[in-house]
Structures are given as structure tokens and as C-alpha cells.
Design a protein around this ligand. Structure first.
Ligand code: GLU
Length: 564
């Protein structure tokens, strides 16, 4: 006798909202109290993608969580391509199904496709879910053997004698189809899912369970779209008298509106992030790890190694919103880390930026600036100084364009202390020219950011219109502050056309003495008509090249150069 209970046909679909009412996720008291954040023995996990289709963000996240769980517990992680059609393990599945037939947990079903079709239509007309009426359960073992040996086409079905079991999910707690036990006369449905198809190939569910068992998988983390199949998988483990692995289902990835990720919003081959968006591997891994995993660390920025050391099973239940701004935040954060620590990832970034530069730019424009440096060395100095805004190699080249061309595009100069061209500068242009010329006096041997930083910050400006008495001391101090701000502004305009980017001292070092002085001279030419009308007097500055040995004599030697 079979129990007249409603059984839901196990399907590998995401459970719709209305069906979710049939699917309890009531955490047990124990689960509520303390959900294990990690297994206490090494976990053996796997990622089991189907051979078709592309690897998308959700799959990457599943693979990563399984990998991290194995790593964190000192266990093992396996990759298994689930291809049931060309399986080398067909004989194993047949053997296992044979054992289920002999224990009475499975039976051969000889129903013709036409009969099953009529049955399905009838059930559909009655508004019932698909199901099998169990017609072949009563065929005796002997008759079944004989028909099979004569080659009668058949499938093998799991005999589901009881409601599917509940199971303890690592994320959702005690869960399962609690309504499956509800008695209903009309809905006398027997799931009895097919295990072996007519052609002798296993169904997906059989292969999945048998493989996990023989591969000694202890923990399975997979997407919630599999949650409706898990009770059936557990029933199959029970029929085999095997211990099921611990299951943990991770929620769906959704866009901000709550919609499932679509092609338009990046439910696409993850190669897209590398090939089209130049996302670095560690950025993507870090981004995927945060999709549903919550941690107590201060920062969201993790290398793969740090994830391996930190990961646990504090996985969230609600749908996970995928916010791509976070990916760019992580991209910048990792670029900064690489720039600070150097190493192979920094070198790789330099290689990518350099090859983008070769594609995007004309070597005739940047070669004179490089001088004897290789493009890689040059890019590496820019990246080391300015990784904060790094997003992609091409954007990096454009953001730092002024390093790669001798043609500096400068809009007419607007002083920092003025809001329009017509407004007179509060700092005389001649004083800026004098300061720039003084900075240019540093010889090649001392041409580095440290010297420039020191010289700029210690350069003293005295407003000649103010007297030297005590009262105007404060006014002189303000004039000095105003001057320093204007000087930075002027130098940025002179050196990079005003484009934001690296600090002035580093910019001067990377451009080199010759190119920096060329730009400062060009800027002076462009503003020379201003110099004669400013408050200060234009000064003659002799630019001297020191060819001798290195010394720190130039450090601060320009302090007070505009005084005397
Ligand atoms: N082959 C299944 C998929 O591609 C994996 C199911 C599982 O992890 O058990 O989604």
C-alpha cells in the first residue's frame, strides 16, 4: 500500500513565492541558538558545473564558497563536470540502481510514453501537478526481470514510500517539504522520480547523489534553485543507506530592483569581467565572496589567501543584491595594495597598463619623456604613486595622459584665488614664475620627489606690499599660505594642464628634469604678459645644472629664494 499523500515532484527549479509557502524553513532550536560557523573536521567539497553554458557570477560564488570551506577546514576541494550523457561511470550508476531494485527501493517502469503523456494531460486538466500513478509498482520482481531481459523498454524509478525527509541546511536550518505529508484524495501523487532512463543513462539526480557519495563529499554548498531537489536527494541517500552530505543553500543573486540578474546586468560569462572590464582576478574573487557571506572584519578587502583564513559559514538567507559599485571599489583597493607591496600582481598590472599604452598611444609622443627608461618602468613609477584611482588600464592611461605626451593642453590660466579670468590674481604672476624657476634649478642628480616636496614647502614668499612690522606679521603669514596654494595650482596647470592626479613633487620626478623644465618654461611663456602687471617684480633666475656627485646640498637650498 502506498500512502495517499501529496508529494511534490522534485524539480531543479527555484521555488516561486507562492510555492514557498509549501516549503518550511523553520530553524530548529539548536540551529537558532548556534548555527555552526565551521565544521569541526576537514570538509571535502566540490564544484559540480554542468558542461554546457558559461560560468556566471552565481556559479563562481558557489565554487568559491566550496573552495573556501575546504581550505578553511584543511580539507579538499574537487572540480566535477557533471556530464551524464558521456559518463564513464554509467556502469557504476546501473550497479547502484540494481542494488536499489533488489532492496525494493526502486522498480522498473514499463509504461509507454503515450500512457505517461495521457496521464500527465489528465492530471493537468484536473489542475494537479505532474506525477506518476504507480502502475508498475505492483509488477512482480520475476515478471520485471523477465520483461527487462527480453529487452522491453523501461526506466527505473525510485520508490518513494514516505514523504520526503526534512533536512538540516547549513544556511536555512531545518527545512523541507512539510506539506508533502498532507493527505489529499485527489492529489494522490507519487513522485517516484526516474533514476535510470530508457537508454540506460542515469538521470541527473541519480548521478549527482552517487558521485557525491563515491567522492566522499562531506559538504555541499549550492544555489537555492536546488533546494527543492534536496529532499529527494536525501530520500535517495536514505534508500541507499548512505550518510548524506551537509547541505547549505546560498540565496539568489538579484539586482537592486530585486529582479534576478539578467544578461543585461551581468548574469554573463565571468570572462566578460576580465576581457571587457579589466577586472583583476582577486577583485572578482573578493567581490564574489561578499555575495552572501558576512564577516566581522574591519574591511571588506580580502586577498584570496585572507579569505582562506577568514571564511566561515555565516551565510545570509535573503536574496543577495549585486552592487557593481562595490566591484570598482575593490578594484581600486586591490590596485592600491599591489602598488604598496609590489610583487607579481603589481608586475601584471604594469604589464597590462603598458600594453594598453602601446595600443592607445603614439610612441613618438611618449618616447622623448621616457628617455632611457622602459615603458614598463615608467608606468610602474606612475602606478606606484597614483594607484588610488585605478580602474582599468585604458582609463589609467587616459587619467594620466599628460605623462605620455609632450603636448600639454592648457586652458588659459585661472588663478586658484580667482574665480574668473578677468579677476586679478591675489598672487603676482612674477612670484609664481620666480618660484617655478627656482624649483627648476635642482640638478638632475637631485631631481626627485623628496627634494621637490621639501623645496616647495619651504619656499618663502614675502608680499612686497606689506611692511615688515609686527602688525603685518599675520598678514604676511596669510600671504604665504595663499601663495603656496596658488603655487601648487600654477605648477599643476604648468605640468599637466591642471589635470588631477599625482602630487606635484612626484609628477616632477617622473617627468624628469628636462621635460618638467620644458613645461615650466612653456607655462611661463604663456603667462609672461601677466608677470609685468602683477604686484611683485619679475626676478631673473639663472638655471644651473650641477653635474657633480650626489649630495643633499640641494635639499632646502631654495628656501627663501624669493627673499633677499
Ligand atoms: N550541476 C549542478 C549545476 O550546474 C550542480 C548541482 C549541485 O551542486 O549539486 O548547477
Amino acid at each position: 500500500m502506498r500512502p495517499s499523500t501529496l508529494r511534490l515532484f522534485a524539480q531543479k527549479h527555484w521555488i516561486c513565492k507562492s510555492c514557498r509557502a509549501n516549503f518550511s524553513t523553520t530553524p530548529t532550536r539548536a540551529a537558532k541558538k548556534s548555527k555552526p560557523s565551521l565544521p569541526d573536521s576537514p570538509a571535502r567539497t566540490r564544484f559540480a558545473p554542468s558542461p554546457t553554458g558559461y560560468l556566471h557570477l552565481g556559479s563562481l560564488r558557489t565554487a568559491l564558497f566550496n573552495y573556501l570551506l575546504a581550505k578553511r577546514t584543511g580539507g579538499q576541494f574537487l572540480l566535477r563536470i557533471e556530464d551524464t550523457d558521456q559518463s564513464e561511470r554509467t556502469e557504476l550508476y546501473k550497479l547502484q540502481v540494481g542494488s536499489l531494485i533488489s532492496t525494493g527501493h526502486a522498480y522498473r517502469c514499463f509504461c509507454s510514453p503515450e500512457r505517461l503523456d495521457t496521464l500527465a494531460r489528465h492530471r493537468h486538466d484536473l489542475g494537479l501537478p505532474p506525477g506518476y500513478d504507480g502502475a508498475c509498482v505492483s509488477i512482480s520482481k520475476e515478471e520485471s526481470e523477465e520483461r527487462a531481459s527480453k529487452g522491453a523498454p523501461h526506466v527505473v524509478r525510485l520508490r518513494v514510500a514516505e514523504p520526503y525527509p526534512m533536512f538540516d541546511d547549513m544556511v536555512y536550518g531545518k527545512t523541507g517539504q512539510n506539506r508533502a505529508a498532507k493527505h489529499s484524495e485527489v492529489a494522490d501523487t507519487y513522485a517516484d522520480p526516474i533514476l535510470l532512463k530508457t537508454d540506460g543513462h542515469p538521470t541527473y539526480h541519480l548521478a549527482n547523489v552517487v558521485d557525491d557519495h563515491f567522492m566522499k563529499i562531506t559538504h555541499v554548498i549550492r544555489g537555492t534553485e536546488w533546494m527543492s531537489s534536496t529532499p529527494m536527494h536525501v530520500a535517495l541517500y536514505n534508500a541507499f543507506q548512505w550518510k548524506p552530505p551537509q547541505f547549505g543553500h546560498v540565496p539568489l543573486l538579484v539586482e537592486k530592483s530585486g529582479q534576478k540578474l539578467s544578461k543585461r546586468n551581468a548574469d554573463i560569462d565571468i570572462a566578460y569581467f576580465r576581457d571587457q572590464q579589466a577586472i583583476m582576478p582577486e577583485t572578482l574573487v573578493n567581490f564574489a565572496a561578499l555575495l552572501g557571506w558576512s564577516h566581522l572584519q574591519k574591511s571588506d578587502v580580502f586577498s584570496l589567501r585572507e579569505l582562506e583564513e577568514t571564511f566561515d559559514l555565516k551565510l545570509t538567507k535573503g536574496n543577495t543584491i549585486v552592487a557593481f559599485e562595490k566591484m570598482w571599489f575593490l578594484q581600486k583597493a586591490h590596485a592600491q595594495r599591489y602598488a604598496a607591496s609590489g610583487g607579481p600582481m603589481f608586475d601584471e598590472l604594469v604589464r597590462l597598463i603598458s600594453s594598453a599604452a602601446r595600443q592607445e598611444l603614439n610612441p613618438e609622443e611618449y618616447s622623448p619623456i621616457l628617455k632611457s627608461r622602459s615603458l614598463e618602468d615608467f608606468v610602474s613609477s606612475i602606478l606606484r604613486e597614483g594607484p588610488r584611482s585605478y580602474t582599468t588600464p585604458v582609463e589609467f592611461i587616459h587619467a594620466n595622459k599628460s605623462f605620455f605626451t609632450q603636448t600639454v593642453h592648457r586652458e588659459p590660466y585661472v588663478p586658484a584665488s580667482a574665480t574668473s579670468l578677468d579677476e586679478p590674481s591675489k598672487v603676482p604672476m612674477s612670484a609664481l614664475h620666480t618660484a617655478a624657476a627656482a624649483l627648476s634649478m635642482v640638478p638632475v642628480s637631485h631631481w626627485n620627489a623628496e627634494t621637490h616636496r621639501y623645496n616647495i614647502t619651504s619656499y618663502i614668499y614675502t608680499d612686497p606690499s606689506l611692511s615688515a612690522d609686527l602688525e603685518s606679521k599675520q598678514a604676511q603669514k596669510s600671504a604665504q599660505q595663499l601663495f603656496r596654494k596658488e603655487l601648487y595650482h600654477y605648477l599643476r596647470w604648468a605640468l599637466s594642464g591642471g589635470a588631477p592626479g599625482l602630487g606635484i613633487p612626484s609628477t616632477m620626478e617622473i617627468l624628469g628634469r628636462e621635460e618638467s623644465v620644458r613645461r615650466l618654461d612653456g607655462a611661463r611663456e604663456a603667462t609672461k604678459s601677466w608677470a609685468s602687471v602683477g604686484k611683485g617684480q619679475r626676478r631673473r633666475v639663472t638655471v644651473q645644472e650641477e653635474s657633480g656627485e650626489r649630495s643633499n646640498a640641494w635639499m632646502g637650498s631654495l628656501a627663501g629664494a624669493s627673499k633677499e
